[in-house]
Write a protein that binds this ligand. Structure first.
Ligand code: MG
Length: 395
C-alpha cells in the first residue's frame, strides 16, 4: 500500500452576531476554522487528520497550511507506505538529512522544526495512523499499545463570562452533566487582573459548590508577578490546575510561578514536538502536560510526549480546541496513555465541533465520554459535505 494523494481542506464557520459573542484576551469570537487533512492510498483507503490554523478567532495560517500540506510536504511522501507513520514523521522532520538522523540516532531537522510546518506534519501523521489502523480494522489506540480505558472524565472548557454572569455560566455546565469546569482568567480581567479575576473565580466556586473540580486558564497572558499573585489569591478556592499562567516563551518563569503556589501548573497547547516537552520537563515548569495533536506533530509526537511525561511522574491532559475530528483523535490518544486522567470538552456554540461528525461529541450522565472502538479514529467524516457546509472563502 502506498500514499497516493495528500489534500488539505480549510473549513470556516462565521459566528452569527448576537452582541453576546464570547470574548477573551484573543478578542471577540468572530469565526472558527479547522484545516482537515485527507490522505488516500493506492488501495483506496482514506485517513483524516486536523491541523491548527492558530488559536484566537482569526483565519490564522489556513492558507499557509494548505500550501505546506499539498505543495511541500505532501509530494515528499507520495509513494511512501502509510503503515510506517513514524518513519514518515522522521522523513518530514529531517528532510534531506533523514539519513544522518536515522544513522546516528539524532534529530537533524529541516528549517521549520516548529510552527506551521510541524502543525502540517501533525495533520498528515494523524491521517496515516488513521489509515494504518483502518487497514487492520482496529482503532488507533490498539496500535498505540492496546489502551488503558474505554471512557474518561471530561471537563467543561469555557468560563469566559464576567463576574455577574460567571456563576450562572458555570452552573449551566454542571446542569448538563459536567463535574469539572475550566474558566478563563488573566489579561481579560485587566486592569484589575487579580481583583476581578478572583471575583469571577469566587462566583464560579460558589455556584458549582465544593465537589466539582475547577481549573483556571490564563492563555499565557500574565507576567510572573501577576501570575503569582493571582495563584496565591486563588488557592482558597480549591483549584485543580492553573493553565499557562505565563507564556510558553518563559519556562523559567513558569517554574517560578509553580514554586510560588500550591496549585498545580499545566501547559503545552502552544508547544511543538516531544523536544519542547522534554525541555518543559527539564525546567520542572509544569505538573500536567497538555499536548495538542494538531500542534505537536500528531500521534507520533504525542505518544513520545506521553512516555516522557510518564517517566517524570506527570499527567497528560490533551488540549482539544479544534473541530470534532481533533476531539475524536484525542480520545484515541487519551485511551492509549497510562497517565491521562481527564479530557477537555469545549463549550460555546461551534458547529465545527457539534455538527461536523455524527455522532457529535457527547458526555454521559456521569460527565464521562466513551472512546469509539471503530477502526482508525473510530468515527467517519464526510469531507465533501463539510466543505459545502463550512465553505472557506478561497476554497
Ligand atoms: Mg488553554
Amino acid at each position: 500500500m502506498k500514499i497516493r494523494t495528500v489534500e488539505a481542506v480549510p473549513l470556516r464557520w462565521p459566528v452569527k452576531k448576537s452582541g453576546r459573542e464570547r470574548t477573551s484576551d484573543y478578542g471577540p469570537h468572530d469565526e472558527s476554522h479547522a484545516v482537515i487533512v485527507k490522505v488516500e492510498t493506492d488501495d483506496g483507503l482514506v485517513g483524516h487528520g486536523e491541523v491548527h490554523p492558530g488559536y484566537g478567532y482569526t483565519r490564522g495560517a489556513c492558507r499557509s497550511l494548505k500550501a505546506i500540506v499539498e505543495q511541500e510536504l505532501g509530494p515528499e511522501i507520495v509513494g511512501e507506505d502509510p503503515t510506517q507513520p513514524e518513519y514518515v514523521w522522521e522523513k518530514l522532520y529531517n528532510g534531506p538529512r533523514l539519513g544522518i538522523a536515522l544513522t546516528y540516532g539524532q534529530s537533524a531537522p529541516r528549517m521549520g522544526r516548529r510552527g506551521v510546518t510541524v502543525c502540517a506534519m501533525g495533520g498528515i501523521d494523524m491521517a496515516l495512523w488513521d489509515i494504518f489502523a483502518r487497514s487492520l480494522g482496529v482503532p488507533i489506540y490498539t496500535l498505540l499499545g492496546g489502551g488503558y480505558r474505554s471512557r474518561l472524565p471530561t471537563y467543561a472548557s469555557g468560563g469566559h463570562a464576567a463576574a455577574d454572569e460567571a456563576g450562572e455560566e458555570a452552573l449551566a455546565y454542571i446542569a448538563r452533566g459536567f463535574r469539572a469546569v475550566k474558566m478563563r482568567v488573566g489579561a481579560m480581567d485587566a486592569p484589575r487582573i487579580v481583583r476581578d479575576g478572583i471575583a469571577r473565580i469566587q462566583a464560579v466556586r460558589d455556584a458549582i459548590g465544593p465537589n466539582a473540580d475547577l481549573m483556571l486558564d490564563a492563555h499565557g497572558s500574565l507576567n510572573e508577578s501577576q501570575a503569582i499573585r493571582l495563584a496565591q489569591a486563588a488557592e482558597e478556592y480549591d483549584i485543580n490546575w492553573f493553565e499557562e499562567p505565563v507564556s510558553s516563551d518563559n519556562w523559567q518563569g513558569m517554574r517560578r510561578v509553580r514554586d510560588a503556589t500550591a496549585i498545580p501548573i499545566s501547559t503545552g497547547e502552544n508547544d511543538f514536538t516531544h523536544f519542547d516537552f522534554r525541555d518543559i520537563i527539564a525546567h520542572e515548569a509544569a505538573d500536567i502536560l497538555q499536548p495538542d495533536l494538531a500542534v505537536v506533530g500528531g500521534f507520533t509526537a504525542a505518544r513520545r510526549i506521553g512516555v516522557l511525561a510518564h517517566a517524570a511522574n506527570l499527567q497528560v491532559a490533551p488540549h482539544i480546541w479544534g473541530s470534532a475530528l481533533l476531539f475524536y483523535a484525542s480520545l484515541q490518544l487519551a485511551a492509549a496513555l497510562p497517565n491521562c486522567p481527564v479530557i477537555e470538552f469545549r463549550q460555546g456554540a461551534n458547529p465545527l465541533f457539534d455538527d461536523l461528525i455524527t455522532p457529535a461529541p457527547a458526555i454521559d450522565g456521569e460527565g464521562h465520554v466513551t472512546v469509539p472502538t471503530g477502526p482508525g479514529l473510530g468515527v467517519e467524516i464526510d469531507l465533501e459535505s463539510a466543505r459545502r457546509k463550512f465553505p472557506f472563502a478561497e476554497d
